[in-house]
Design a protein. Structure first.
Length: 138
């Protein structure tokens, strides 16, 4: 019993230290549900924001696969397909492939001098909570 109370107290303490941004985080989906195109679009717009995800978003809302991919490419931001922060980011329409288990959208970054670059952001339909699963540049 004491272990359970101590664990609950520790969990409450850790949760109280979460960044303020957590209040705006997307609500987790129930395990049996699959994310819709609308949910994925809202998540990607929130995740990428105006100029890219925060360190907290990167840690909390990306897959282990994507974290590993980033660790192997220290000189390049795999979430933005770049080496620096863009001026702005736009998320296009989401395509959902139920049979593949993924939804994806083209994300367009804008840079100084008018340059634009695209990447494709993938979300597993059954991720719980919703998270960015992979990014493909180009």
């Amino acid at each position: 019993m004491i272990k359970h109370v101590a664990a609950a107290a520790l969990a409450a303490c850790v949760l109280s230290l979460a960044p303020v941004a957590s209040a705006a985080a997307p609500a987790p989906a129930k395990a049996a549900e699959r994310h819709t195109a609308e949910e994925i679009h809202a998540f990607l717009r929130w995740f990428y924001g105006g100029t890219g995800p925060s360190p907290w978003q990167r840690e909390r809302w990306t897959s282990d696969y994507l974290k590993s991919k980033q660790a192997e490419t220290a000189d390049h931001d795999v979430l933005l397909c770049a080496q620096k922060e863009p001026l702005s980011i736009e998320v296009g329409p989401v395509t959902v492939a139920q049979s593949a288990g993924f939804g994806w959208a083209t994300v367009t970054t804008s840079w100084t001098g008018g340059a634009r670059q695209t990447l494709t952001a993938y979300v597993a339909l059954d991720s719980d909570p919703i998270e960015l699963h992979d990014v493909v540049c180009g």
